[in-house]
Design a protein around this ligand. Structure first.
Ligand code: ADP
Length: 552
């Protein structure tokens, strides 16, 4: 049967087959809201009627300004299932960026979580008249300017609604990239692409979610469709635990809800590790951590696997890919390896998810050659799949991003080994070019993080008159490292030696700068653009800065 693949099927299946499964949300006041998939389903139908009554038509964009909550989950279904386009706004972007995004997307309605009322007011001033619906309406509403409250709307409409998605190629969602490398760009997903992505990630060798799982998506619902988890969990029948806008303690959430699988960027798990370690007996349900968005340091993978008994699965992808592209799980052939060797494999970003094709290339998108999968040759990764975008929203496909034969140029540099495991070496734009040679910032950071006193590391390339660019390492010390007797001089020397054992002399950073914190992007990645800007204005060059010999 040539049957349209739509998210209405995901919702209907969740209700009919897994109606008793639960969604729990941590509320800002620390209470927990809990209801079943069937209760959610009934509210989604009401919401569908309410949004339609507000004049939203097929193809209209409906924005959200919210964290991971049950209302946001309801919108994840109601908006696409009436044929409109869900557009989650990244609440951590600046109001200037968001105003531009809302202008481009021409959002018809914006659903706002009351906990963000204050910060939303700044955006509201810049976007002119838009219909605004609030949920979790704050008690102090004097200065609040909005059209309706969410709960009020749901009360006023009928519960019956018949889904009518006639074409699986109708758009269902719009996400903007987080802008790590440049201004955010929109990516439009269709029912078909998201349905296929959902099936793909639910395979046993990918997220592998089952009805037995209780899943904690820490990845925000405004970042790359929360990696598809709102759809994958409900199709699998897994319970969901939504951390809300202010998750104070992930260890509490995992322990109290018996979470089995959690997902988020590495910085979140680096921060949560010591609390989880203290309470490792209470978190025995926690079996798998899905981590991506940025490279997970091998030391952190080891810590989670060895100390907490949690299987770490590294995922790689992009907003442009819905977002999942590769997933790192061990093969049968790896079972005989030592733990250390296994962790080395797990530090790679993994093998293509079935349905995703990769190729490694050198040259330009218009003139390139394919490179071998030998685990050593570095090239740019090109990708295609039924859930990868063929252009940016409202823009023609550019030669910079898509090849003539329809593959996406990811801008990521990697090796791929004979078994198909891809390892990201760097983003092409983050690669440091020094004296005509390339230096991988990720490779340097990985080795720096092996030092017991290093908590976080970011290596950036700063302009240099003689060499073009030279690397600088910005380092956050562990609490123990920060109070140790070693001077910054000693530490710089130790780090320098550690790197010198593995890399050519010209790779060794000219300076090691010790800071309290590395700035993060809106989705929790190390913000190298901000670091570069800080260095350009010399803000970081306080007394703490150390100059290390430049005679390389
Ligand atoms: P932005 O491009 O604004 O950062 P995305 O979240 O879509 O928005 O970022 C996609 C990029 O994130 C990838 O091209 C890659 O450089 C990086 N990335 C994603 N997952 C990983 C991972 N597991 N390891 C290393 N880098 C990753």
């Amino acid at each position: 049967m040539n049957y349209p693949l739509t998210l209405a099927q995901v919702l209907e299946h969740a209700h009919r087959i897994h109606g008793d499964k639960c969604v729990r949300t941590l509320l800002p006041n620390s209470d927990v809201h809990s209801y079943t998939y069937t209760a959610l389903y009934e509210r989604v139908k009401r919401l569908a009627n309410a949004i339609t009554a507000l004049g939203v038509q097929r193809g209209d964009r409906v924005a959200t300004y919210a964290a991971n909550t049950y209302q946001h989950l309801e919108l994840y279904y109601a908006v696409p299932c009436i044929g409109a386009v869900l557009h989650p706004l990244n609440v951590r972007l600046s109001t200037v960026q968001l105003a531009e995004i809302v202008r481009e997307a021409e959002d018809k309605l914006i659903f706002v979580d009351g906990v963000f009322a204050e910060q939303f007011a700044g955006l509201q001033n810049r976007i002119g008249s838009k219909k605004i619906i609030y949920f979790n309406v704050p008690t102090q509403t004097d200065s609040l300017c909005y059209d309706a409250s969410y709960e009020h709307l749901l009360c006023e409409v009928e519960a019956a609604y018949t889904w009518d998605i006639q074409d699986e190629n109708w758009a269902m969602g719009l996400c903007y990239t987080s802008g790590t490398q440049g201004e955010p760009r929109g990516v439009l997903y269709t029912h078909r692409s998201m349905f296929l992505h959902t099936l793909a990630v639910n395979q046993a060798d990918v997220f592998g979610l089952t009805e037995m799982d209780i899943v904690l998506p820490v990845v925000p619902m405004f970042h790359a469709m929360a990696w598809g988890l709102p759809y994958a969990c409900m199709f699998a029948g897994a319970d969901m635990v939504l951390p809300g806008p202010k998750p104070t303690c992930l260890a509490d959430l995992i322990a109290e809800n018996g979470v089995t699988v959690a997902a988020g960027v590495p910085t979140v798990w680096a921060a949560a590790y010591s609390e989880l370690r203290k309470r490792r007996r209470e978190i025995s349900s926690f079996r798998r951590l899905i981590v991506g968005g940025e490279a997970m340091p091998p030391t952190l993978i080891e810590a989670y696997e060895k100390d907490l008994g949690v299987e770490v699965c590294h995922a790689w992808g992009m907003t442009e890919m819905s977002p999942t592209g590769t997933f790192s799980k061990l093969r049968s052939a790896h079972q005989k390896l030592s733990d250390v060797e296994k962790w080395r494999v797990k530090a790679k970003q993994g093998r293509p998810v079935p349905g995703v094709e990769l190729r490694l290339t050198s040259g330009t998108p218009t003139d390139f050659t394919e490179l071998p999968w030998d685990g050593e040759t570095v090239g740019e990764v090109q990708v295609r799949s039924p859930w990868t975008a063929s252009c940016y929203y409202k823009r023609e496909p550019t030669m910079e991003h898509w090849t003539g034969d329809g593959w996406l140029c990811t801008g990521d540099l990697a090796t791929i080994d004979a078994d198909g495991y891809m390892q990201i070496v760097d983003r092409a734009k983050a690669l440091i070019r020094s004296g005509g040679e390339s230096i991988s910032s990720i490779a340097l950071e990985t080795v720096l993080l092996r030092h017991p006193q290093v908590l976080e590391a970011a290596v950036i390339g700063v302009p240099d008159e003689k060499w073009g660019e030279r690397p600088i390492a910005v380092v956050v010390l562990t609490p123990v490292g920060a109070v140790s007797n070693r001077t910054d001089d000693d530490l710089s020397e130790a780090l320098k030696q550690q790197l010198a054992a593995e890399f050519p002399k010209f790779w060794i950073p000219d300076r090691f700068v010790f800071v309290d914190e590395i700035p993060k992007t809106s989705v929790g990645k190390s913000d190298k653009r901000a670091l570069l800007a800080e260095f350009a204005s010399q803000n970081l060059l306080e007394e703490k800065e150390m100059f290390v010999s430049n005679e390389w």
